[in-house]
Write a protein that binds this ligand. Structure first.
Ligand code: GRG
Length: 298
């Protein structure tokens, strides 16, 4: 059970990011079908871990939540795109996502491709459009660059490509770590970095420490995902369990065994907490998120 303070924090972050995303979706009026399918994939049951990391990192460096609204919405839009495309028949071919039919099942494959494309573009639009949150243009530009890097051929898409190429093969732990760091870790780490950048005066040391925390949590999050894929059930996960096994994927539990994968998670947990050593009470939510992300059940 997450700590009460974290539950309140997560609920607050979920509400804030949902309100922002609903608002922006309501302004898309050119194609009602596209708008509906985007809303279907973007709003609803997601845990909003990435948005919460943006808000928690912003809090750690002393920023107000309003400064984190645009980056939080952007990382969730980008994440939702990756899920829609990841579920496509040409990719993982999964029919269930967030407890309901995947986008291509609820609509059709072509619409799901366009939804992913539109959500990805929306992420960058959200970061680039100026408003009254106090984020200066040069900061937004750095954020766009970090998000683009984490999403593309140096980050998530590269990780997905390596993951596909590795299907049916036995990987070493080092190879697996590279895939996880890119496929899942890059966006999680970028979320923390974007949160840190909401403070115009954030120090290089703070940025380095938070980026280090983000990288550790990115890897840990995917290892726990691998364990849940084996140990949990489809209803709890809201997506098919045993998906990695059916795609003959090398994962941490497959390569190391579940006890060793858990031991590694414990090590990553203490490394992540150590990375926050230079922060005081303002990093309380980042600390709580370590436990939540590693001990989550879905
Ligand atoms: C370009 C065709 C094309 C495909 C790209 C980029 C990509 C497909 C896939 C990225 C791989 C991916 C989906 C990684 C994320 C893995 C992961 C742990 C997803 C689940 O995240 P949660 O648990 O999900 O945060 P919720 O639903 O809570 O938001």
């Amino acid at each position: 059970m997450p700590a009460k303070q974290l539950v309140t924090f997560l609920t607050h972050c979920q509400g804030r990011v949902a309100a922002g995303l609903e608002q922006v979706l309501s302004e898309l009026q050119v194609s009602p079908q596209l708008q509906q399918a985007m809303a279907y994939s973007l709003l609803g049951e997601g845990k909003r871990v990435r948005a919460s990391l943006v808000y928690a990192a912003a809090e750690a460096v002393g920023s107000q939540p309003v400064a984190a609204d645009a980056p939080a919405a952007a990382v969730e839009a980008l994440h939702a795109y990756s899920l829609v495309h990841d579920d496509l028949p040409a990719m993982d071919d999964d029919d269930l996502r967030r407890g309901k039919p995947s986008c291509h099942c609820a609509y059709n494959e072509a619409t799901a491709i366009l939804v992913g494309d539109a959500l990805q573009a929306l992420a960058f639009e959200l970061l680039s459009v100026g408003d009254d949150t106090g984020l200066k243009t040069d900061r937004r530009l750095i954020m766009i660059s970090i998000l683009a890097r984490s999403a593309g051929a140096r980050g998530m898409v590269a990780g997905q490509m390596l993951d596909m190429e590795a299907e049916g093969q036995q990987l070493t732990q080092a190879q697996l770590e590279i895939i996880h760091q890119h496929k899942t870790g890059a966006l999680i780490s970028a979320s923390v970095e974007l949160g840190a950048l909401t403070d115009p005066d954030v120090s290089t040391d703070q940025q380095r420490a938070l980026a280090h925390y983000g990288r550790i949590m990115g890897l840990a999050f995917q290892i726990q995902d691998d364990i849940l894929d084996i140990e949990s059930d489809t209803k709890t996960l809201g997506k098919p369990s045993q998906s990695d096994l059916s795609h003959v994927k090398s994962t941490y539990p497959v390569v190391l065994g579940i006890p060793q994968a858990r031991k590694l998670l414990q090590q990553l947990q203490s490394q992540a907490l150590t990375a926050l050593g230079g922060f005081g009470a303002s990093a309380a939510m980042l600390r709580e998120l370590v436990y939540f992300m590693i001990q989550r059940d879905h």
